[in-house]
Design a binder for this molecule. Structure first.
Ligand SMILES: [Zn+2]
Length: 425
């Protein structure tokens, strides 16, 4: 059923400054798309079935622009290292386990189940280098009804033997086979996923660029995250003026290649200009950047330049799958950044992080992340009645509290692209 009405307290972003709230309002869904938000239901829609959520809070589904599914198994552990040591000590060891499909089955069951029950409706997800395990992840995600991009990771250098592809040719051959096999999915789409420049030879990036052009694929990777990593890229790519150029020289940095780059904590001006001009999406992952001592990205500056910015949980450098928590952490880190070392970039507001978590990141998927007319209807319903309070609160106050508490156990219904994923009533 894709024609219906949802009733409740409706909250969504129009712009990064404008949070719209309609109390006891109606969202009309026609053919899976939003046909408007109304204070009073127009007569023409009165005959449609209505999900009445009464005093509950309804927001657009949240978008996680950067998350590593295989790392979910060790979230919250091994947080005492910086990026490069963390990768070698914890991450690569865990990712190698996905050569074993039995292990992958167990781990991906847990990941997909938790993602399904979270407030996230869309995600850009990294798998591992393993084709079969990545297909298994896609299959499990497909069953949830969520929509996502999933990438088989490419890495053919500077990686431990047990997690390094034989050479560029083999890596791309495997990737093309994976692409063919992933055509069977409807909700889950493939995204090219060179891990990051240090893990990929020039030949590999060049061959991946060929695949990108042949199949018109989007790309996801990492950029300017941690100081040690940035120095290493400088050594590895002597001809480039910035890290971003190491992708751009193979046409995998925006323009005709839809691109998500995670982090951009230390991007120099040249890189920022390129991202702005070429409409590269930035996945801001504040918890990860704190945990790996990477720093704090100047996100307000990116927003003021009207750049494309969304939020990522970056499991397992981030510990929580909750995009609500990423919103709060983004605000908190931006305040510390402003207070401690850069007064030229102001802290983020709640309106801004709400925008980034919905419409900002949602744009990577098309018309996603808002209840404005024509948007694909992704919605999450929260029941905050169990949170006791001694006075009456406005819907906006309740929304802020709900975000700060980041308790996703209070979700009572979830819709993706007009389809019901689950609902209690
Ligand atoms: Zn990452």
């Amino acid at each position: 059923m894709k024609n219906y009405v949802i009733k409740g307290n409706i909250c969504y972003s129009k712009t990064r400054e404008e949070l719209c709230i309609t109390e006891n309002g109606y969202i009309v869904c026609e053919g899976g798309r939003c046909a408007g938000v109304y204070e009073t239901l127009p007569e023409e829609y009165e005959t449609l079935p209505c999900y009445n959520y009464e005093d509950k809070i309804i927001i657009p589904g949240l978008v996680d622009l950067h998350v590593h599914a295989p790392q979910y198994a060790f979230r919250g552990m091994g947080m005492d290292l910086e990026l490069l040591d963390w990768l070698n000590t914890h991450t690569f060891v865990e990712e190698a386990k996905y050569a074993d499909l039995e292990y992958a089955e167990k781990a991906y069951d847990i990941f997909t189940e938790d993602l399904k029950n979270s407030a996230t409706t869309r995600a850009c997800i990294f798998g591992t280098i393993h084709t079969e395990a990545t297909l298994l992840l896609m299959e499990k995600l497909e069953e949830t009804g969520l929509k996502a991009y999933v990438g088989k990771v490419n890495m053919d250098r500077n990686s431990p033997k047990y997690l390094c592809e034989e050479n560029a040719e083999k890596s791309v051959k495997d990737t093309e086979e994976w692409l063919m096999k992933s055509q069977r999915f409807k909700n889950i789409k493939p995204v090219l996923t060179p891990r990051f420049t240090p893990s990929c030879t020039d030949e590999l990036l060049e061959r991946l660029s060929g695949l990108q052009k042949k199949y018109q694929l989007p790309v996801q990777s990492h950029l300017s995250e941690n100081l040690g990593e940035i120095d290493w890229v400088k050594e590895l790519c002597p001809g480039t003026a910035c890290y971003g150029e190491s992708y751009d020289r193979y046409d995998m940095f925006g323009n005709n290649c839809p691109t998500v780059m995670a982090h951009c904590v230390h991007s120099p001006e040249k890189e920022i200009e390129m991202m702005q001009r070429q409409k590269v999406f930035i996945a801001h992952c504040p918890e990860s950047n704190a945990n790996l001592s990477s720093g704090v990205a100047p996100v307000k500056k990116y927003l003021e330049k009207d750049m494309k910015v969304g939020l990522g949980t970056d499991i397992a450098a981030g510990s929580s799958l909750s995009v609500l928590k990423a919103m709060v952490t983004a605000v908190q880190c931006s305040k510390l950044r402003w207070r401690l070392y850069d007064q030229s970039v102001l802290p983020l507001t709640m309106e801004e992080v709400f925008f980034m978590a919905t419409k900002g990141g949602g744009e990577f998927f098309g018309k996603v992340g808002s209840f404005e007319e024509g948007y694909e209807l992704d919605a999450v319903v929260f029941d905050d009645s169990k949170i006791k309070h001694p006075q009456t609160l406005s819907v906006k106050e309740r929304l802020k509290r709900l975000i700060y508490l980041a308790d996703e156990r209070n979700i009572t219904a979830k819709f993706v692209d007009g389809q019901v994923i689950f609902r209690e009533n």
